[in-house]
Design a protein around this ligand. Structure first.
Ligand code: NAD
Ligand code: LMR
Length: 327
């Protein structure tokens, strides 16, 4: 992404928060951009929390992580994205018990107008923007819309956590190691309608759908993956943080380095494939190749898959309508 031996410029927003407290250390340890790449890291948060970020920066510095070559703290969105090659947009309010992720749109959506504009004006040409703050897909839709000079392929929303949860739950059900699963995808929105799809999935080369009961898949598994975020909030008392950071690491690492032909899930700005409205940010099966995502195209969809995908299109259309009014 940058010239050899040049540090990669990375911005993390919400740097005083829970997710950042895990994510920053993984970036600093070289787990995202590789063992040979130095990182010039900018930590950004709102003015009220910038002193906390100073404390986080002190701790990062005390960790003597050998991939960090520079560390900056700012509460200024214009400065935060200056020359950035990779932006993790974490900064946003998490939902509490009983709230849906879509409920966060009113509170969080505007953040992504300002940040999208700043990315448009200041980021490097090769910038990769990964939106984590909820509702992640529609916040990405907003940021992309606010950055008309930056191509849509530069904007993703995090759905790798849903992908990882899917693999983990199948792994427990079938007593198979997570590394043996292939061709899994989570379609749609990082919201209640998300569709973890096992139609093409294999474990050790054998079809997963031959090894699970249809009732379990439809009635238990799909809703459990979709509601896992709420389950964590219920049990932990706060929304997922380390697992979200871990998924963000997986996502950005694979976006940069590729997936060697393996499918993963990324929410990307739709170009119309699978009947998804252009511009909506939709979870799709993708392969990482040459620093870009290539959507797995041409899959035959049965009626059940079509219905689930359509439910996500509807949900995202409704969110986009609200988002458009924020501009
Ligand atoms: P947190 O409350 O611990 O931290 C959020 C931080 O963002 C705070 O420090 C806050 O000051 C900061 N912030 C708020 N507005 C900002 C702005 N305009 N610019 C910069 N920073 C700003 O929350 P968290 O647990 O770190 O979660 C952050 C977001 O990530 C939430 O919206 C949460 O719902 C979402 N999340 C998404 C996924 C996913 O899979 N997509 C997973 C987990 C959490
Ligand atoms: C998650 O899936 O854990 C996050 O989106 C947090 C949430 O609100 O569920």
């Amino acid at each position: 992404m940058t010239a050899p031996n040049q540090p990669v410029k990375v911005t993390v927003t919400g740097a005083a928060g829970n997710i950042a407290y895990s994510l920053l250390w993984r970036i600093g340890a070289g787990e995202v951009f590789g063992p040979d790449t130095l990182v010039d890291l900018t930590l950004m948060d709102i003015p009220d929390n910038v002193q906390k970020v100073d404390g986080v920066a002190m701790e990062l510095s005390d960790s003597a992580l050998n991939k960090i070559c520079n560390l900056h703290v700012t509460d200024d969105a214009q400065k935060a994205f200056d020359g950035t090659n990779a932006a993790f947009l974490v900064g946003a309010k998490p939902r509490g018990k009983g709230e849906s992720r879509a409920d966060m749109l009113e509170a969080n959506g505007k953040i992504f107008i300002d940040q999208g504009r700043s990315i448009n004006d200041h980021a490097a040409d090769d910038v990769r923007v990964l939106v984590i703050g909820n509702p992640a897909n529609t916040n990405t839709y907003i940021a992309n819309k606010a950055a008309p000079d930056v191509g849509p392929e530069h904007f993703n929303a995090l759905m790798r956590l849903d992908h990882n949860r899917t693999i983990s739950m199948l792994s427990q059900k079938l007593d198979e190691h997570s590394s043996r699963f292939e061709s899994i995808a989570v379609w749609g929105n990082h919201g209640d309608t998300m569709f973890p799809d096992i139609e093409y999935a294999t474990v050790g080369g054998q079809p997963v759908k031959d090894r699970v009961e249809r009732d379990w898949y439809v009635e238990e598994f799909i809703p459990r993956v979709a509601k896992r975020g709420s389950e964590i909030i219920e049990v932990r008392g706060r929304s997922s943080a380390a697992s979200a950071a871990s998924a963000a690491v997986d996502h950005m690492r694979d976006w940069v380095a590729g997936t060697e032909g393996k499918w993963v899930t990324s929410a990307v700005v739709s170009n119309g494939s699978y009947g998804v409205d252009e511009g909506l940010v939709f979870g799709l099966p993708v392969i990482g190749i040459n620093g870009r995502w290539s959507v797995v195209e041409g899959l035959d969809l049965n009626e059940f898959q079509r219905e689930r995908i359509d439910a996500n299109i509807e949900a995202l259309r409704a969110e986009a309508e609200i988002a458009d009014k924020l501009f």
